[in-house]
Design a binder for this molecule. Structure first.
Ligand code: G3P
Ligand code: MG
Length: 244
């Protein structure tokens, strides 16, 4: 059996509303090793699990995430696209997700949505999340990631025990060396930028490769053959079926 981990992208988001407890519980039922989530900040500084910086696409409300308190956000229904099966779905806090991760002994990839142009706005986000991970004793099971590599370097400098991953699109020249330079534990490439050579080079340098977002059986096969450490997928059931 291939020992590649299967991480459900925003939960089992092909079948349940993304980034909700419903999608995370379904991923657990399907046998996923863990999941990937996106975090953001509410108006009152609570860490909430949502991909976009507005609630328009995924809820029955409208507006920027930072314009609502947690209590206000909890009143919206985040079941968009899945209303027949899931009549209600609330926005989760990071704390709720960490509780589920702890209960089931799962892996968790926390993607911080702190893009570089808004880095100061989100300056406190990675550190606050790291403190919660510490509080729950989940340092070994959690890896942070961001497209903002400055943010991951800062997190590693402030919380050296936290694992960090560098998100990127397309191939990265001398990726393993770049990971070392930025003190990252993992590379998080889009799947079509991955091949066996890149994975071997990373592994030789002690750097993991976690590929996203891999949904089609053919592409899942490519990643298993390339030997990646984890596959991030909307369809954990399909991925597990192929991995064994
Ligand atoms: O972490 C992998 C993947 O989630 C990155 O892109 O936009 O789906 O958050 P996105
Ligand atoms: Mg993400």
């Amino acid at each position: 059996m291939n020992n590649c981990k299967v991480l459900a992208h925003r939960g089992a988001s092909a079948y349940a509303p993304e980034n909700t407890m419903e999608a995370f519980r379904l991923a657990v039922e399907q046998g996923a090793d863990g999941f990937e989530i996106d975090i953001n900040l509410s108006k009152d500084g609570e860490i909430v699990v949502i991909h976009d910086d507005s609630i328009d696409r995924t809820s029955d409300g409208q507006g920027d995430i930072t314009s609502y308190t947690l209590e206000e956000l909890k009143a919206f229904n985040f079941n968009k696209g899945f209303a027949e099966k899931y009549t209600t779905a609330r926005i989760p806090t990071l704390r709720e997700v960490l509780e589920l991760v702890k209960e089931h002994g799962l892996y968790l990839n926390i993607e911080v949505k702190d893009i570089l142009s808004k880095m100061e706005l989100y300056a406190g986000l990675p550190g606050a999340a790291a403190q919660l991970v510490r509080e729950y004793g989940l340092t070994e099971q959690v890896i942070f990631s961001s497209f903002n590599h400055y943010s991951m370097v800062r997190l590693k400098n402030e919380y050296p025990e936290m694992k960090t991953g560098l998100l990127y699109i397309a191939g990265l020249y001398q990726g393993a060396e770049y990971a070392k330079l930025t003190k990252a534990d993992a590379l998080h490439p889009v799947f079509f930028g991955v091949n066996r050579e890149a994975v071997d080079e990373a592994r030789a340098a002690g750097v993991q490769v976690n590929a996203w977002t891999v949904n089609e059986p053919e592409h899942i096969g490519w990643m298993l053959a390339a030997g990646v450490d984890a596959i991030i997928t909307d369809r954990p059931d399909v991925c597990i079926g192929l991995r064994g």
